[in-house]
Design a protein around this ligand. Structure first.
Ligand code: ADP
Length: 204
């Protein structure tokens, strides 16, 4: 079984994953992972890209896709074959939401051969990611829903480095895309992330 955590930065995904790990980590049948997958080189390249303000968003899109495929092939599928329960902090929904948000603001869709002004990049990337049968759909996705205001407060309190997506406007746009995905995909369950962390955990 594959359980994924999604939500904007600061929503509490890592905290929740750690709490699940504290409670269930000793079981051999339960494994924990995250994206970007850190056992492959693309992870380092992605981290460097995120710290540079002027890095190319198209390259970043393909790096995330490549990283995700490596993760699926070398970790997710083998673990599912063993019938293990996987908890994953971010998965390909993050790529759909983040990269479509970033490219929405800069791509001139009409000048692209495969796109037009009505193309929803979220759906387009979803289809692209499915080519070749690489996709493994989560069984359930816990979408930790918080406001961009709360996210900014938490990020400011907990991090020294703020990355390119961590401005209030960007976080608001990301939230809107997550809301869209949540409405469209039955596997995504919305969890109120504004509650006390113990309540969020209990709801999850
Ligand atoms: P994410 O992994 O989604 O970016 P984190 O789990 O790193 O978010 O949480 C960001 C910060 O917010 C951390 O300092 C964490 O302790 C705090 N935090 C997480 N969930 C809650 C919550 N429900 N209430 C208050 N603070 C929280």
């Amino acid at each position: 079984m594959l359980v994924t955590f999604e939500g904007i930065d600061g929503s509490g995904k890592s905290t929740l994953k750690n709490k699940f790990e504290d409670e269930y980590g000793s079981s051999e049948k339960t494994v924990f992972t995250s994206e970007p997958y850190d056992k492959v080189e693309t992870n380092t390249i992605i981290r460097n890209f995120l710290s540079e303000a002027d890095s190319d968003p198209i390259q970043l899109l393909y790096l995330y896709m490549s990283n995700h495929i490596s993760h699926v092939e070398s970790f997710i599928r083998p673990q599912l074959k063993k019938d293990n329960i996987i908890f994953c902090d971010r998965y390909y929904d993050s790529m759909l939401v983040y990269q479509s948000t970033e490219l929405d603001s800069i791509l001139d869709k009409n000048s692209e051969p495969l796109l037009n002004e009505d193309t929803d990049l979220l759906h387009f990337f979803d289809e692209l990611q499915n080519i070749g049968g690489f996709q493994v759909e989560p069984d359930v996705t816990l979408y930790i829903d918080i406001s961009s205001e709360t996210a900014i407060e938490r990020i400011k309190d907990s991090r020294e480095d703020i990355d390119r997506f961590e401005t209030k406007n960007q976080l608001q746009e990301l939230s809107t895309k997550y809301d869209q995905l949540c409405d469209e995909k039955e596997r995504i369950v919305r969890v109120d992330g504004e509650q006390d962390i113990e309540e969020v955990y209990a709801e999850c």
